[in-house]
Design a protein. Structure first.
Lengths: 214, 294
């Protein structure tokens, strides 16, 4: 499982930086390195680009896992360079951006958009397979989540837009219900598809979601 | 007062419905003209619900206009734009204003429409919406609360007889039947042999099936539909027939084809009726009916 990110358009990053001239850049050694959006290469490339624009980069670091407690340590280690900066540009997913914001009083600016939590199907191809809805029905849908993989999140079978196994929204994408149908058929479990699925409980874990292990 | 459309469905005679597209804006002139033109020529008129995810005057507004003009409306309700609370509320409003027929649809996806950044709701799907209709009829809402005044609808749904693969579509069709759909309007059909095969399956269920007839207005449109619209198959001989129409006569040819198909469906008792979709050419629906001998 990885937090999948995409770099924001450079123009948007520039706009967010606005009048800030001095900045510190943070990358992430885990997911954003795998997706090539916040690893060492991307961080140094961003540094060079911003310096070309006349910005002053007071320092940079790639935290091994930007979303966990090591971030605090890393912020302390880089205290001096961070204090010299007007803001922190974070090249990690939003979990890392949030984490960084907890430990410093400088404005934190995301350089990436966080798209989804996904798996790497083939090298360089990431796919969302779970929407983390809090009410798993994979046992009835042959391990394929229609809430995630059907564009409309339909739980009672395909819509009329299904087209030769592809989705009406994007013919490069598989119709989730054709996949589910094929697999259930193979397993001799089509009765599961015939079963009425009641409306989804969208408050199974109400937002903001929290969990405390007692 | 129950649905007069339901009485027609139960009468066993060949049923004809058509549909009205509300305007983009508040100028209702064309829509009202089409209502006036068609309300006495068909058994009921659907009003589309932001068809193709394009924002328009609402379906319920069109249905009220039909009602005010003495016609029989079928309220199309998609699950795309309203959550379960809004859907139920609109059903209460519809019933209170004399609307007695509802067609429950999933709805097209947001990205195909003209508000591409909108949030697609899909809190319910079409099967769950059918159940919600019946729950409201029983006097309760989806929250388990009692209603002060229930509803009564003739509920319908859609099915795509040319879907590929067909079995998932048939499973969903059966779920819709079990969830209380009493009539079905199909996606456009052009190949009557394929459709007759679908009907052999559908006949096992106690529901009325109205074949979807989409008027062909040109060979180009026929080709476009068969190549691009999921679940629509236009046989090559029909495309050729459209292509060989004399210049300026393609629409007339399309009307002939639609009329011929309707007449065949009726004569051979293949299904229980037709749903005519003229898509912007509502003006010629009476000509299609005449061509069909209706």
């Amino acid at each position: 499982m990885k937090s999948i990110t995409r770099q924001k358009p450079f123009k948007e990053i520039q706009e967010q930086l606005g009048v800030f001239d001095r900045l510190f850049i943070v990358g992430c050694g885990t997911c954003a390195t795998v997706t090539q959006t916040g690893g060492i290469d991307q961080v140094t490339e961003m540094k060079d680009r911003l310096q070309e624009l006349g910005k002053r980069v007071t320092g940079w670091t790639v935290i091994p896992i930007a979303c966990d407690e090591m971030t605090e340590e890393s912020m302390k280690e880089n205290k001096r360079a961070i204090e010299e900066a007007d803001c922190i540009l974070v090249m990690s997913c939003a979990l890392g951006v949030h984490r960084v914001s907890l430990y410093i009083d400088r404005p934190v600016i995301p350089a990436l958009d966080t798209l989804f939590l996904g798996v790497e199907d083939t090298p360089g191809f990431f796919r969302e397979v779970c929407a983390q809805c809090g009410q798993c029905i994979l046992g009835q849908t042959a391990g394929i989540c229609p809430l995630t993989m059907c564009h409309k999140g339909l739980v009672n079978g395909p819509c009329g837009g299904t087209n030769n196994g592809k989705c009406e929204v994007d013919n490069e994408k598989d119709c989730a219900w054709t996949l589910i149908y094929n697999r259930l058929k193979e397993q001799g479990r089509l009765d599961l598809m015939r079963k009425y699925q009641p409306p989804h409980n969208f408050q199974a874990a109400p937002r903001p979601k929290t969990l405390k292990i007692s | 007062m129950t649905s007069s459309f339901k009485e027609v469905l139960d009468s066993g005679r060949f049923v004809v419905t058509s549909e009205i597209a509300p305007p983009k804006g508040t100028n209702l002139e064309t829509m009202l003209h089409h209502i006036e033109l068609l309300k006495d020529k068909v058994d009921a008129l659907n009003v589309t619900d932001h068809q193709s995810s394009v924002m328009r005057f609402p379906s319920i507004g069109g249905c009220l206009a039909i009602k005010e003009n003495g016609g029989e409306p079928i309220l199309q309700m998609t699950c795309r734009d309203r959550n379960r609370m809004a859907l139920q509320a609109e059903l209460l409003l519809a019933y209170s204003r004399g609307i007695r027929n509802v067609l429950c649809l999933t709805g097209d996806a947001i990205p195909v429409g003209d508000h591409k950044e909108a949030k697609g709701v899909f809190d319910l799907d079409s099967v769950q919406l059918l159940r919600a209709v019946h729950l409201l009829e029983s006097g309760s809402d989806m929250g388990g609360n009692e209603l002060d005044g229930a509803v009564e609808f003739c509920a319908g749904a859609i099915v795509t007889p040319e879907a590929n693969p067909i079995e998932p579509q048939l499973i969903k069709f059966e779920k819709k039947v079990e969830s209380g759909a009493v009539f079905f309007q199909t996606q456009a059909v052009y190949d009557l042999d394929n459709f007759a095969r679908f009907m052999q399956h559908a006949r096992r269920f106690p529901v009325k099936i109205l074949a979807g007839i989409v008027l062909l207005s040109s060979a180009r449109m026929a080709r476009y539909m068969t190549e691009n619209v999921p679940g629509i198959f236009v046989p090559q001989d029909l495309i050729d027939e459209m292509a060989t129409a004399p210049k300026g006569e393609a629409l007339t040819r399309g009307i002939e084809i639609a009329g011929r198909m309707i007449a065949a469906l009726k004569k051979e008792s293949i299904c229980d009726g037709v749903h005519i979709m003229a898509i912007g050419k509502e003006e010629v629906v009476p000509d299609i009916l005449a061509a069909a001998g209706l």
